[in-house]
Design a protein around this ligand. Structure first.
Ligand code: NAD
Ligand code: TDX
Length: 356
């Protein structure tokens, strides 16, 4: 079992990163320090970690506002904290945004990852007691038809600017291992859901629109399929890879839980109605088919036998349990939601859904 003293987490103010930091403090025996390096873009929200800041701030938890596109700032953070692990979550993460404006995806996801790798190469030269864990996505593998699964050996075939930029970052990470012997591990995960997800992604968009009696925008024919995983299950997998994974290896992580979008939206209507006491049909009537996402990948499905067999990881949350927890969380965290539904969010929703 590898052990770490100081873990530098990039993108720790975002959805999965903030859940990972909470997971490390609350659900693991990790006793060291955590440095959260985040540029606080529209998707980064320090309020997601207010409780952690209050409990561990300045003793074991440190926040550094920095952009991974700025190599100088990353180096300063490295010099100051001397981390022995990096977990790289920071990214532009929303496919629709990558279609409207790919430039920031190229900068953050490719150049930002390159800057981090360069810093690690310099600062960790000759060390084997360190680890760079790269967080990636199943979208790098492209789109599936009715059958088949993505495994670790599936050829890359990204089809959106987002997935192409993530694929590029994955290649860079592996290249640094092969060329410079940088100790790396890598994971490619399916769609996450859970608390603190920014309401541009499908599940929070649907829950929050129901609460405001707004249309539920289903892209195309609603038959695209995603494999959903509760965010804590993703994070437990990442932690197991960091502790026990084979250096240089990639691991696929998935929910083994495929849903057609339209079926999932109907299920969300029922779960939300159970919580609000309203008639589910009232929400189902809000379902509104809109113009499809250009290049919309049809189906993602993960074969995660490798991480199960090699590391003994498995999902702990059933979909019903995770979804119900998520619905309840959005219903009872109004101030977090109000905080992010600021001008930028409103502008995005207006721009994205114009003409759909
Ligand atoms: P998110 O958009 O919620 O959060 C991204 C975080 O990165 C934010 O806190 C943001 O401020 C920060 N960030 C963005 N650009 C930055 C920069 N230039 N410098 C420093 N920080 C910056 O994303 P998420 O959904 O939490 O995804 C996290 C990671 O997991 C990403 O790498 C994503 O590709 C990957 N992933 C996400 C999913 C999913 O379903 N959300 C699934 C598989 C993999
Ligand atoms: O309003 C919507 N209506 C709709 O039908 C939105 C936002 C989405 N959709 C559809 C598109 C997808 O088929 O729902 C599905 C899920 O969409 P997103 O939540 O945008 O996720 P996706 O595009 O599948 O990508 C997500 O999973 C992989 C994350 O955003 C990525 O960061 C991750 O890599």
């Amino acid at each position: 079992m590898r052990q770490f003293t100081t873990i530098l987490i990039t993108g720790g103010a975002g959805f999965i990163g903030s859940n990972f930091i909470r997971y490390l403090f609350e659900k693991t025996d990790f006793k060291g320090n955590i440095v959260n390096l985040d540029a606080l873009t529209y998707a980064g929200n320090p309020a997601s970690l207010a409780d952690i800041q209050a409990r561990f701030g300045a003793t074991r938890y440190f926040f550094e506002k920095a952009d991974i596109c700025d190599a100088g700032s990353i180096e300063k953070v490295f010099q100051h904290y001397d981390p022995d692990a990096v977990v790289h979550f920071a990214a532009e993460s929303h496919v629709d945004r990558s279609i409207l404006g790919p430039g920031t995806f190229i900068n953050t996801n490719i150049l930002g990852t390159f800057n981090l790798l360069e810093t690690c190469r310099k600062m960790w030269e000759g060390r084997s007691d360190v680890l760079f864990h790269h967080i990636s996505t199943d979208e790098v593998y492209g789109s599936l038809g009715e059958s088949g699964y993505f495994s670790e050996t599936t050829a890359y075939d990204p089809r959106s600017p987002y997935s192409a930029s993530k694929a590029s970052s994955d290649h860079l990470v592996r290249a640094y291992h092969h060329t410079y012997s940088l100790p790396i591990t890598l994971s490619n995960c399916s769609n996450n859901y859970g608390p603190y997800q920014f309401p541009e992604k499908m599940i929070p968009v649907m829950i929050l629109n129901m609460l405001e009696d707004k249309p539920l925008p289903v892209y195309g024919d609603g038959k695209n399929i995603r494999d959903w995983l509760y965010v804590e299950d993703h994070n437990s997998a990442v932690w197991q890879i960091m502790c026990k994974g084979i250096v240089g290896s990639s691991y696929n992580i998935g929910g083994e839980n495929e849903w057609e979008n339209i079926h999932l939206v109907n299920k969300l209507c029922e779960l939300t109605a159970l919580q609000t006491g309203k008639d589910p049909d009232r929400y189902k009537k809000l379902i509104h088919y809109v113009k499809d996402r250009p290049g919309h990948d049809q189906r993602y499905a993960i074969d995660c036998r490798k991480i199960k067999e090699e590391l003994g990881w498995q999902q702990a949350f059933s979909f019903d349990e995770g979804l119900m927890h998520t619905v309840k969380w959005y219903l009872s965290n109004g101030s977090w939601i109000e905080g992010i539904k600021s001008g930028e969010y409103r502008r995005w929703m207006e721009q994205n859904y114009q003409g759909r």
